[in-house]
Each structure stands twice: as structure tokens, then as C-alpha cells.
Design a protein around this ligand. Structure first.
Ligand code: AHR
Length: 481
């Protein structure tokens, strides 16, 4: 069976938003300490920022980085991580039952993000803290001077404001594991009150309300509706979190994880628009997929079952080619929803379910999932196009029959470059016919492939062979006339 893919420049979904290629740095395991920050490492600068990791982060093409959590933020006092290092307290982090030295904090992160070329996305603690601490944090970050928190930042040696645009109102506040978890009504009210105060400090900031921790939560849907009923006017985005576990369901369902993400995004869009209709508002809420990845979650040990440690090696999953194909397919799903999905943060960036791994005192390297992310972030330019696609079916335990091939395209009107991102998530090779009738001068200039197969056989004629379980970026450029 053959797959057919037709492209037309008129089938526009939306412009490519660079914020879709974000990532996430949490004070968890070895993401910060011995990940991005390791004083004394041969590649570290005078502030302890690892240059070898920064180089890989720039290669990955990360646009936006969420910080400092995650579950960690729900027990965090941001004041502990600023000012002279010698004065910073050692604390017990309740989220991961880890010892937090606070040697790395807000100002170190901002310096690191600038070196990485990434926009910071800050989260405030709505678990153990609330309106006042959140507003003061915005003041510390964004006001120039003349108020207590802004002057404190200047005293800490940072004269210019960090000017942080994007703010998360807490993290996964529906989760019973979350320190200070709340009901939807309680959280919606708190998010509205905190957002209101934060905007009084800086009216130009953008705010993300917590959606459900995942679409399997018993309150999924109702949670989003209630939170938005309370906070619709104060927020710009609602968050989505999703992780796919290769060992939780049948293997075919794992390979087709993007089917689940498609449905999840559609459901949250529908819920947000339902509240819009109910409240008779004109504004549309956008979506922030600010945690997503493959995670071998069934291997995870709950914090209660571990001893307190300083640098626990938490969830340092090793990824294979199938995991990378799934990551590539999730990025395809994200691009396909670029009309409503504005932010994506792969969780996490270094060591903790991450594309980049490090050894303390040693090397840093790329995992398989690094490659589809880096290529998509680099090649997806201009506008997202919806291809017309027919493909052979594959059978999955969770979703029934689904197309074995999935694809999306981007078109850069400036250069004329066209990139088609394609996966074959089935176990049979599939020849792909590309119908370029609307792009008659375009030719295949480069073909990037990620597959477990060592030597993909050629397909007859102009077809492109998609080996089983493979990810592809097809770069088409216009021929000079
Ligand atoms: O990314 C790991 C954890 O997963 C985050 O801290 C939390 O928000 C989510 O449950």
C-alpha cells in the first residue's frame, strides 16, 4: 500500500510560532545541578554554567524555557535563590524530597537563558504561596527601579530588568501529588487574583492558567471549564501536560501517541470555546503545551518511597529510535494545531527525561529524541500547511485503526522553501507519493531520516520509501528558472 500526500500553498493553518519549540528546566534530579550548572566542570564558565551543554541547547534550537518547575515550584521560595550565595538557605524540596542548595536561582537562570538564546517562561508558586509572592516576583523581574523588589534586584547586581513576558500561574494544581493542590474553583479564583495583581505590576505580561495534569485525570474537561469560568479575563493561555509511556499500553498505541495528542488539543480548544460562548467574550484562549514528552513513567519511584538525597538521578530515561519517531510525530501534531497551540515545552531539557544528557565532571551528549526536535525547530519556517494525505491503516489497541503515515508541512514564503515532516509509525515499509502540482518548480534538495533500519531500500520511480517506524524531514526548494 502506498501513501499519497498533496500540498497546496492555500491550505494554510497558521504561521509557525517559534514558541512551539520550547523546553523546560526544573529543579529536579540533575537537570540544573550537574546538568546546566556545574561549577568546577572543565567546560563551565566563572558562573558555573556548562558551555558544552549550552552549545547543545543552541543546536537543539530551543526558543523558550520554562523555569523553575514543575512540581518543584509549588513549594519554592524564589527569594531563597537570589542574593549572595553564602546567604542562601539549604531547604528540603517537598516535591522530590531532595536537598536544595539554592546555589542556582533566578538571576543565574536569566543569564543562562540569554546565553542559550531562549526566552524565559517563569512559573509562580500557587501551592504554598499566593498573590503577594507572585506579584513581588514580577516586580523583582520586570520593574526598573524605585520599588523594594526592583531595588533588591539591583542590589543583587542586576541593573536591567529581566523583562519576562510569559508567566505560568502555578503547576498541575489539580494533582493530588502537588504540594498545596486545589479544587478547580479554588484554583480558578486564586489564578484570577494572582494574575490580576501580577498584571498591576506589569500589564504587558502574558499569563498561563493550569489546565489538567493530563487528559486521564478524572476531572479533565470540567477542570478547564471551571478554571476558565473564574479566570477567563485574566489569562491568555490554558496549559496542557502529556507524557507517553512506551510500556503502558500495546506497542502500536505507543507508536500512534500523536493520535492521543490530536484529540487532547481538540478537546481543550472545544472546552475553552465553550466557556467563551457561555461568558459571551470575544477573546479566544490559546493553548500552552508546557510539558510533553516520552517518559517511561511506569519505572518511576514515588518521592515517598525514596530517601532524601541531594542530587538524586531522577527519571534519566534512555531513548531509542521508536521514542524519537514518537517525539517527531508529537511535533507534527503540535504544528498541525498551530492555529490555537501557541507554546510547547518539551519536558525536560537536560538529564531528566531529556534530549541532552551529561556526566558530572564529564561529557554531554545527544539522545535519539534530540534529532527530530532539532531538525523541526530549524526547518519549520513560515506558515504551517495542511497536506491532503491518504495512507494505509495500522491497528492499535487504544485508538483502533489509524493512518500509519502522518505528516505536516511548512512553507517559507520568503525563500520558497517547503519542508514536509513525515512519520511512518507502522511496522511495514510504505512508499510515499508526493503530489507537488501546486509547487511545480520544487525539487527534493535534502532528506533527513531517523530510523532503526540501517539501509532503507529505494522505492521505485519518484516515490520516497518510508521504512517501518521512521521519521523524515523532506526539504524541497524551488529550482532556479
Ligand atoms: O516533568 C516532570 C514532572 O512531571 C513535573 O515536575 C510535573 O509538572 C509533571 O507531573
Amino acid at each position: 500500500a502506498v501513501a499519497h500526500l498533496t500540498l497546496d500553498p492555500a491550505f494554510v493553518i497558521a504561521p509557525v510560532d517559534r514558541r512551539l519549540f520550547g523546553s523546560f528546566v526544573e529543579h529536579m534530579g540533575r537537570c540544573v545541578y550537574t546538568g546546566i550548572f556545574e561549577p568546577g566542570h572543565p567546560a563551565a564558565d566563572d558562573d558555573g554554567l556548562r558551555g558544552d551543554v549550552l552549545e547543545l541547547v543552541r543546536e537543539l534550537g530551543v526558543s523558550t524555557v520554562r523555569y523553575p518547575g514543575g512540581n518543584f515550584v509549588s513549594g519554592y521560595r524564589w527569594e531563597d535563590g537570589v542574593g549572595p550565595r553564602g546567604d542562601r538557605p539549604r531547604r528540603l524540596d517537598l516535591a522530590w524530597r531532595a536537598l536544595e542548595s539554592n546555589a542556582f536561582g533566578l538571576n543565574e537562570f536569566m543569564r543562562w537563558a540569554a546565553l542559550a538564546g531562549a526566552e524565559p517562561m517563569m512559573a509562580v508558586n500557587l501551592g504554598t504561596r499566593g498573590v503577594e509572592a507572585a506579584a513581588e516576583l514580577v516586580e523583582y523581574c520586570n520593574l526598573p527601579d524605585g520599588t523594594a523588589a526592583a531595588d533588591l534586584r539591583r542590589k543583587h547586581g542586576v541593573a536591567r530588568p529581566h523583562d519576562v513576558r510569559l508567566w505560568c500561574l502555578g503547576n498541575e494544581m489539580d494533582g493530588p501529588w502537588q504540594i498545596g493542590s486545589l479544587t478547580a474553583r479554588e484554583y480558578g479564583r486564586l489564578a484570577a487574583r494572582a494574575g490580576h495583581a501580577m498584571r498591576r505590576v506589569d500589564p504587558s505580561i502574558e499569563l498561563v492558567a493550569c489546565g489538567s495534569s493530563n487528559s486521564g485525570m478524572p476531572t479533565f474537561g470540567a477542570w478547564e471549564a471551571t478554571v476558565l469560568e473564574e479566570a477567563y479575563d485574566q489569562v491568555d493561555y490554558i496549559s496542557l501536560h502529556t507524557y507517553y509511556d512506551p510500556e503502558k499500553h500495546d506497542e502500536a498505541s505507543f507508536r500512534a501517541s500523536a493520535v492521543d495528542l490530536d484529540g487532547f488539543i481538540d478537546d481543550v480548544v472545544a472546552t475553552a470555546d465553550h466557556v467563551r460562548a457561555k461568558l459571551r467574550r470575544s477573546k479566544r484562549i490559546k493553548l500552552s503545551l508546557d510539558e510533553w514528552n516520552v517518559w517511561y513513567q511506569s519505572r518511576f519511584t514515588e518521592p515517598e518511597d525514596r530517601d532524601i538525597e541531594e542530587l538524586p538521578a531522577l527519571i534519566e530515561d534512555d531513548y531509542d529510535e521508536t521514542d524519537a519517531m514518537v517525539v517527531g510525530n508529537l511535533l507534527i501534531s503540535m504544528l498541525r494545531h498551530a492555529d490555537r497551540l501557541a507554546i510547547g515545552c518539551q519536558a525536560q531539557l537536560v538529564n531528566v527525561i531529556a534530549p541532552i544528557r551529561t556526566e558530572p565532571g564529564g561529557r554531554a551528549w545527544r539522545q535519539t529524541i534530540f534529532h527530530p526536535f532539532a531538525h523541526t525547530a530549524r526547518l519549520a519556517r513560515g506558515t504551517v500547511l495542511r497536506p491532503a494525505l491518504t495512507a494505509p491503516a495500522m491497528t492499535t489497541g487504544r485508538y483502533g485503526e489509524v493512518p500509519a503515515v502522518d505528516a505536516v508541512a511548512t512553507h517559507d514564503e520568503q525563500t520558497g522553501d517547503l519542508t514536509v515532516f513525515v512519520v511512518n509509525r507502522g511496522t511495514e515499509p510504505v512508499p510515499l507519493d508526493l503530489d507537488l502540482r501546486a509547487f511545480p518548480r520544487h525539487r527534493l534538495a535534502r532528506h533527513h531520516t531517523l530510523t532503526g533500519e540501517t539501509s532503507p531500500a529505494a522505492a521505485p520511480g519518484s516515490q520516497i520509501l518510508l521504512p517501518p517506524v521512521s521519521w523524515h524531514a523532506l526539504c524541497l526548494t524551488p529550482e532556479e528558472s
